[in-house]
Design a protein around this ligand. Structure first.
Ligand SMILES: Nc1ncnc2c1ncn2[C@@H]1O[C@H](COP(=O)(O)OP(=O)(O)O)[C@@H](O)[C@H]1O
Ligand SMILES: [Mg+2]
Length: 359
């Protein structure tokens, strides 16, 4: 009889395991196929349960694993590494194959557990990023100033040297001075970002009008926008929208995102900020007409120290993401190469009664 071994409890457990879990019986029929197995092989379990592995084309990668050895000779495989070909793409995985016996001690199944770094668990990477940031944050603010002070005097001396070199018409020396100055600027940028992280994270939560806050940020960015010859457009509601949060931190997020947008555009570019509200979210969208990003870049932008810029620190968006998570919010990205990008900030909506001011 080919009854399924699924019971409700077993199903709940298998579904919760953060790995692809597949059980195969002695006749090579699939008995368990959890959601991450569905994701890995791109197959619904109703198409698989009770069927023989070899009859299902999409399960071909499973045949690369020594399931037969386990079923025939009760061999266990633990934490083995292998690269499976899934949809023509190599996918490095670690796998376990464990023989299962029924209460009469007869070998009945092989339990296959496959893990891959990206399998359904983007949140794990996420946590890893936050850990790196937390460690940077622990770096003492005074240590950072200790590094910065000598740097400032080095900068001063370099400038003197540069003046002297140009007076003596020594172009090579002038070039070296410029290089050193650029590198020092780079170090200083990184230190500024560290300093922002090392600042005691006082969590002052207020009820803030996000529309006014965006207006303030746009006012603050106006000079920089002119410098880059970028126009600022806004589509803001004419009444306040309130959220709970730390206004200074949210400003920091917006400034970081606007700066990235400026840096992605050539003169004549347009930056648009929109605010909208639904029953669930307050949505701030920052759209640029810049160079956009490849999918690969998008996959990496929130990692600390990932940057595609010569003098970038790669910390801006990592910090933004942390601040948004602190607000139980979210940051989303859409981008098209050579067209531009939109960064969306989603805050939980606070549908307040007293927002019926002048409208
Ligand atoms: N608006 C944007 N348009 C295109 N690329 C962007 C944009 N915003 C961020 N990026 C990409 O994300 C990377 C990481 O950004 P960020 O964390 O702020 O670090 P940094 O600005 O120091 O490089 C940038 O180097 C860039 O490749
Ligand atoms: Mg940046």
């Amino acid at each position: 009889v080919t009854t399924s071994i699924y019971t409700k409890d077993l199903e709940v457990i298998c579904d919760a395991i953060p790995a692809a879990v597949i059980a195969v019986d002695i006749n090579f029929r699939v008995r368990i196929f959890n959601p991450l197995a569905e994701a890995l092989f791109d197959l619904g379990r109703h198409n698989v349960l009770g069927r023989v592995v070899n009859e299902i084309a999409a399960l071909e990668p499973l045949r690369e694993l020594p399931i037969g050895e386990t079923l025939e000779r009760e061999i266990s495989y633990l934490s083995q590494e292998k690269t499976l070909q899934i949809n023509g793409q190599p996918l490095p995985v670690t796998f376990d194959i464990i023989p299962l016996s029924d209460p009469g001690n007869q070998l009945t199944k092989a339990l296959v557990i496959i893990k891959n770094y990206n399998l359904g668990r983007p949140a794990e990477n996420h946590l890893h990023h936050l850990e790196i940031l937390a460690n940077i944050g622990r770096m003492n603010a005074s240590t950072i100033h200790e590094i910065r002070n000598p740097l400032t005097s080095i900068s001063g001396f370099i400038q003197l040297l540069e003046v002297r070199a140009s007076r003596q018409d020594d172009q090579t020396a002038v070039n070296y001075c410029t290089l050193i100055t650029n590198e020092i600027t780079h170090i200083n940028n990184i230190l500024s970002d560290f300093l922002a992280l090392a600042k005691p994270q006082e969590n002052k939560i207020d009820k803030i009008d996000i529309v006014q806050l965006v207006r303030d940020v746009l006012g603050f960015m106006y000079g920089e926008a002119r410098l880059f010859q970028i126009s600022l457009l806004r589509a803001l509601p004419d009444k306040p929208i309130y959220i709970l949060g730390n206004g200074e931190k949210i400003k920091e997020v917006l400034i970081n995102i606007c700066r990235n947008a400026f840096q992605s555009m050539s003169p004549g570019g347009i930056l648009t900020i929109r605010i909208s509200e639904s029953s669930q979210n307050v949505h701030i969208a920052v759209t640029d007409t810049g160079h956009g990003m490849t999918d690969e870049t998008i996959a990496n932008i929130f990692k600390p120290f990932f940057t595609t810029k010569e003098t970038g620190t790669g910390l801006g968006l990592a910090i933004c993401q942390r601040i948004m998570l602190d607000h139980r919010g979210e940051i989303q990205v859409e981008s098209e190469l050579d067209k531009g990008s939109t960064f969306s900030l989603l805050f939980p909506s606070l549908l307040s009664q007293d927002s019926e001011t002048a409208s």
